[in-house]
Design a protein around this ligand. Structure first.
Ligand SMILES: *Cc1c(COP(=O)(O)O)cnc(C)c1O
Length: 421
């Protein structure tokens, strides 16, 4: 089986661990930058192409700043994410606010930052107008329903809670047009972790055709089309990366055939990927705490699903490298677990690994998106540190680990003695 590469050696990692105890997440700046450039270049045929990094995938302002430096904006969907963007120095039309079931104060904040507002529902037009006022530029999220087959994580579009129906889209743009709005965008996102380039070409085609229909029917002009996120990464070593050039070429062909041919260009192409941008370039580093042999063989780590819940949540595969044992015979089957009192707290089930010992350093791959970000405090588990491996090889902390005091911070322990029971 092909082994996955790492940006550090065992000796380097041992040194890092001396300073920053496990578990921690570590991100590879060089690889993130190179990937960001490659992504941007792939779509350079489209003037105005922009990737809005989905903040929820890795909500750390240091990573956001690196990506902003590479020309990316931020895709936000909550108050905290909007504030993270603001603190990072990302404002105005570099923020895409794609949320759903949105509270009024978040619309207000998005409006204050002059973010591009992408509405999830037709009823939000009046809601936005009432609480924040309508912006000069508006975007709607389209749900293609049965036009498009879904995938495992996001489900079938017609079952999904997101977006406008086709009919609502026509009505929605009409309402906004009649209220004097002149600038429009359109968005959809129907895939998650999709590795088939053709899927995105098909999605683009649906949106482009919709733009033709809406432009003609309503006599409005679209400035941008946002293809959403959902571009997948090869979690398994035998999987291939998505064919980005083919995806870009396919979209360009449709763009020319549909948008340009109908005299509707230029339209800016936007994406809001998270996983593809940082996923492969973040690692969860942990150590083996206990080996246990019962009906199965268990390797218990000092990390748990509070640090990376994708395996427990979706049965997702995350590749595991045991540092220094890469070349050893992989001939023992382990369940690799955490310490949470939940039996699904497993990073891997029946994984063939080299023989493990207490203290072994274990690297869990592809944790750079939807990894730390999904962390939680169940069972009193604390979120780990986040570290950044700089391009010059230096390692800096970009988030300290939580302490028990952080866990207790929302409790009024001083008031406890006077609480009568
Ligand atoms: C989650 C999400 C993204 C990013 O998804 P990835 O799979 O990380 O690319 C983008 N846009 C919206 C609206 C999302 O909910």
């Amino acid at each position: 089986m092909p082994e996955k590469l790492l940006p550090f050696t065992k000796n380097q990692l041992v040194e890092i661990i001396e300073k920053y105890p496990t578990p921690f997440h570590i991100y590879d700046e060089k690889a993130i930058r190179e990937n960001a450039r490659e992504f941007k270049n792939a779509f350079s045929w489209n003037e105005g192409f922009k990737e809005f990094f989905a903040v929820k995938a890795a909500p750390n302002p240091y990573l956001m700043k690196i990506l902003h430096n590479e020309g990316f904006g931020a895709d936000c969907s909550s108050m905290a994410e909007l504030i993270l963007a603001e603190k990072t120095g990302i404002t105005g039309n570099e923020i895409m606010f794609t949320s759903n079931d949105t509270p009024a104060d978040e619309f207000l904040k998005a409006k204050e930052l002059q973010a591009i507002i992408n509405l999830d529902d037709i009823s939000h037009i009046a809601y936005l107008e009432k609480y924040a006022g309508l912006p000069a530029l508006i975007c709607f999220r389209y749900n293609p329903g049965r036009l498009k087959k879904g995938n495992v994580i996001i489900g079938h579009p017609e079952e999904a809670k997101y977006g406008f129906t086709h009919k609502q889209l026509i009505e929605g743009y009409k309402i906004c047009r009649d209220k004097g709005i002149k600038r429009f965008g359109i968005h959809t996102m129907v895939a998650s972790n999709e590795l088939d380039a053709g899927y995105f070409v098909e999605t683009a085609e649906i949106l482009f055709n919709l733009i033709v229909e809406l432009s003609h029917k309503l006599d409005i002009r679209f400035e941008f089309v946002n293809l959403g996120g959902g571009v997948g990464i090869p979690y398994r070593p035998e999987q291939e990366r998505i064919d980005l050039p083919a995806m870009s070429r396919g979209i360009k062909e449709k763009y020319e055939k549909i948008i340009v041919a109908n005299g509707l260009g230029p339209i800016k192409l936007y994406t809001e990927c998270g996983r593809y941008i940082t996923g492969p370039y973040g690692y969860l580093v942990a150590r083996v705490l206990h080996i246990k042999n019962t009906y199965k063989r268990f390797a218990g780590l000092d990390a748990c699903m509070a640090n990376l819940m994708r395996p427990a949540l979706y049965g997702a595969y995350h590749h595991i490298t045991v540092m220094g044992k890469e070349k050893k015979q992989h001939d023992i089957i382990y369940d690799v677990t955490g310490s949470l009192c939940e039996n699904n707290d497993k990073f891997a089930i029946d994984r063939v690994l080299p023989e493990l010992q207490r203290g072994d350093i274990v690297v869990i791959h592809d944790a750079g998106a939807h990894g730390y970000a999904m962390g939680f405090n169940y069972n009193g588990k604390l979120r780990s540190a986040e570290l950044l491996l700089r391009e010059n090889g230096e390692v800096i902390p970009i988030r300290r680990p939580e302490t028990v005091d952080d866990y207790l911070a929302t409790l009024d322990l001083a008031g406890l003695p006077s609480f009568q029971v």
